[in-house]
Design a protein around this ligand. Structure first.
Ligand code: ARG
Length: 462
């Protein structure tokens, strides 16, 4: 070659790329994160090329050994990545050539960077599904421990962030265990669907070499090769599914984070966050800020942003591969990092925090939280239609509010002024403990129900 044209395809080029072209084209700055998967894929490909007689055993062996050397150079940080070599695939291959010479040039037989990158990225995202799954499990266990400690602690349940009815701390914790359980199953579903191997689709049409796609699929832990070579190199739905599952999880984490922020305030004092997951203020000495919770609350922005970003990259692309698709990686990397960090931080916060049962109880008893219990009592014991009972209770709430007391503090006479059928027995349902104990319907907040939810999940999470 007499010019500085690219060594991989310079045959039909008279000149090398402009510096700006090189800058926009190169992905090595970020796709080096795929090094391990790239080398794993190439080793499987080389072994298959030897097994099918496409390469000699000695060439394949040299390639497989050389790739291990490249991997260790990358892992120890000795490897010199080159922007001129554009991406991880060509960086690895070029170094392999320096190490083993001519056989390196045979590795790319029967494949293309299109199926190579699709394979590498699937392997990477598959690992992230597993990491998300175990991060979720760890957080579920932390929540389960909280639930178990306070299965019968009463606290206010809210709707519209207004006191609604008393619930138990355990019930509230277990609500998140359920949500995160669905999140974990979304990652498991996505993983099962993405576990098909693109390798061997080559550029887009397959190859005329007698390759064995089942062998490479199996070597890489995939269930089977992808059935259509165009689809194999063209789609990134697996990454979108991962991002969608990540977005839903991040939304759940954001809600829990928001509750921790509210609950740890001096106005609520429902929980005390540990020093390990709080920060101070440089000016206000009294401050203990729930920064970790606030940051988890915010991470949805990046994760959902990545989801929208990748949808936008993929929409409208004609089949098969287009270079647009190189823009798939950075956002997925960032979203995955953000998700795993959020899960770890949330697990730490939940495991370390301590609930304040006294503050929970005081709050549970205020705000007329047992008004529904009173209305239900009127239906059950005095035979009123629920709508009438609702009205009678409403007048009593108004009376209590105007005299500055809570429902249980009203006298029997005051009660009877709203409805003559009310008896002393009504006071039995106005306490918060009786209120939560009475909610025994399946999935309800009674401590017995909560304990059976806890038992179910303990068994499930092992
Ligand atoms: N760096 C590329 C990417 O991430 C690899 C595939 C390049 N293929 C191609 N035909 N230029 O998408």
């Amino acid at each position: 070659m007499t010019n500085d044209a690219n060594k991989m395809w310079g045959g039909r080029f008279a000149a090398g790329p402009d510096a700006i072209m090189e800058a926009i084209n190169a992905s090595i700055g970020f796709d080096q994160r795929l090094a391990r998967q790239d080398i794993q894929g190439s080793r499987a490909h080389a072994a298959m090329l030897a097994a099918t007689g496409i390469l000699t055993n000695s060439d394949a062996e040299a390639i497989r050994e050389g790739l291990l050397t490249v991997l260790s150079e990358i892992e120890t940080g000795e490897f010199a990545f080159s922007t001129a070599l554009e991406d991880i695939h060509m960086n690895v291959e070029a170094r392999l050539k320096e190490l083993i010479g001519e056989p390196a040039g045979r590795l790319h037989t029967g494949r293309s960077r299109n199926d190579q990158v699709a394979t590498d990225f699937r392997l990477w995202v598959r690992d992230q599904c597993d990491a998300a799954h175990s991060g979720l499990r760890a957080l579920q266990i932390a929540l389960l421990n909280q639930a178990e400690a306070g299965a019968d602690w009463v606290m206010p349940g809210f709707t519209h962030l207004q006191t609604a009815q008393p619930v138990t701390w355990g019930h509230h914790m277990m609500a998140y265990v359920e949500m995160l359980g669905r999140d974990a199953s979304r990652f498991a579903d996505a993983r099962a669907r993405m576990n098909e191997c693109p390798l061997g689709a080559a550029a887009l049409a397959g190859t005329s070499f007698p390759i064995d796609r089942d062998a490479t699929a199996q070597a890489l832990g995939f269930d089977r090769p992808m059935a259509n070579s165009l689809d194999a190199v063209a789609d990134r739905d697996f990454a979108l599914e991962f991002l969608a599952a990540s977005s839903i999880t991040a939304m759940h984490l954001s809600r829990l984070a928001e509750e921790l922020v509210i609950w740890s305030s001096a106005q609520f004092r429902f929980v005390t966050m540990s020093d390990r997951f709080s920060t101070g203020s440089s000016i206000m000495p009294q401050k203990k800020n729930p920064d970790a919770a606030e940051l988890v609350r915010a991470k949805i922005g990046r994760i959902l942003g990545a989801t929208v970003g990748l949808f936008t990259v993929m929409k409208g692309l004609p089949l098969a591969y287009s270079k647009d698709m190189q823009e798939d990686k950075q956002q997925v990397f960032d979203a995955a990092d953000s998700l795993m960090l959020s899960l770890a931080a949330m697990e730490g916060m939940v495991a370390d925090m301590s609930a304040n049962p006294d503050a929970l109880r005081v709050a549970a008893a205020s705000g007329f939280s047992t008004a529904t219990d009173l209305a239900d009592w009127l239906v059950r014991e005095a035979g009123l239609p629920f709508r009438d009972a609702h009205h009678v209770t409403g007048t009593l709430v108004a009376l209590a509010e105007s005299t500055g007391v809570d429902l249980p503090d009203l006298s029997l006479d005051q009660m009877m002024s709203a409805h003559p059928a009310i008896t002393d027995a009504v006071f039995g349902v106005l306490g918060v403990d009786n209120s939560v104990k009475s909610r025994t319907s399946y999935g309800g907040t009674s401590p017995d129900q909560v304990r059976s939810q806890i038992a179910f999940w303990k068994e499930r999470l092992g």
